[in-house]
Design a protein around this ligand. Structure first.
Ligand SMILES: Nc1ncnc2c1ncn2[C@@H]1O[C@H](COP(=O)(O)OP(=O)(O)OP(=O)(O)O)[C@@H](O)[C@H]1O
Length: 249
């Protein structure tokens, strides 16, 4: 059997006396959509930041497709096929949708020298147009991104993350601040992308409806540790999880 796309092994991280993540281990297999949930302060962001090299863990290691990547920077992770979306949008508000997506593609294509001295486009406009069509944004292609609704900008943000053709994407609260109609589109497009490309997703999310309907498996954190893991149906009816949410706020 091939190595998991993501393997998190015994990750711990404290801030002073606060043990934000405590000895967390899990694997994510190719094509899975894994939800990472838990009450406020349960350690989700800290764990994400340890996986994405933005915070060094005190202990443990992270592997992507069998390669140890602990502490590796975002640009190196990108080259290994790891993408991310942000809780705060990463779109440039003064640029068009098309230019944002082309720019995201350029960041992943070759060295600085090849970008400066190579062919100016290298097929990126066509690739960006395909991505725009996939996310059903063609009518907004030449619109300034800052004038779109927050939900539409979230779709642009996702399209940008996918321009590198990643094998693993970490999504940080994709549903946050998105209205109900756009939530449906976002979930439907993410599911379609996963089905078409076999891309693996790990999703931090507070919106239970969204996460339960998007994910194939859920891991629940409380006080920095995994307290439950299973299908959305298992998690919905898990008394330990219900108690953690009631107790944790
Ligand atoms: N930079 C930091 N300095 C000190 N304490 C921190 C820092 N980052 C996180 N913490 C603490 O670590 C614990 C876990 O926080 P974290 O943000 O990872 O939780 P979370 O599950 O992502 O929370 P939320 O759902 O509210 O975003 C909390 O007690 C938090 O106060």
């Amino acid at each position: 059997m091939s190595a998991p796309v993501l393997s998190v092994r015994n990750i711990s991280r404290s801030f002073g006396g606060i043990r934000a993540v405590r000895d967390v281990s899990f694997d994510v297999q190719k094509g899975e959509i894994l939800g990472l949930i838990g009450p406020n302060g349960s350690g989700k962001s800290t764990l994400f930041n340890c996986i994405l090299g933005q915070l060094p863990p005190d202990a443990g290691r992270v592997e992507v497709n069998g390669k140890t990547v602990t502490g590796m920077r975002a640009s190196s992770l990108n080259r290994l096929g790891v993408g991310r979306t942000f809780q705060q949008l990463s779109v440039f508000p003064q640029m068009t949708v098309l230019d944002n997506i082309i720019l995201a593609g350029q960041e992943h294509h070759g060295t600085m020298a090849s970008r400066l001295f190579g062919p100016s486009d290298a097929g990126l406009t066509e690739a960006a147009d395909q991505m725009i069509a996939f996310f059903r944004l063609t009518h907004l292609r030449d619109t300034i991104a800052g004038s779109l609704s927050f939900g539409q900008q979230k779709l642009v943000d996702a399209a940008m993350a996918f321009m590198a053709g990643p094998s693993l994407v970490l999504l940080d609260e994709p549903a946050g601040g998105v209205n109900l109609t756009m939530l449906g589109s976002l979930k439907e497009r993410l599911t379609a992308y996963n089905a078409e490309h076999g891309t693996t997703f790990v999703v931090i999310e507070h919106n239970m409806e969204f996460v339960m309907s998007l994910c194939t498996r859920i891991i629940v954190l409380a006080e920095g540790a995994i307290i439950a893991e299973g299908t959305p149906e298992d998690i919905r009816s898990n008394q330990t999880v219900i108690d953690a949410y009631l107790g944790g706020g």
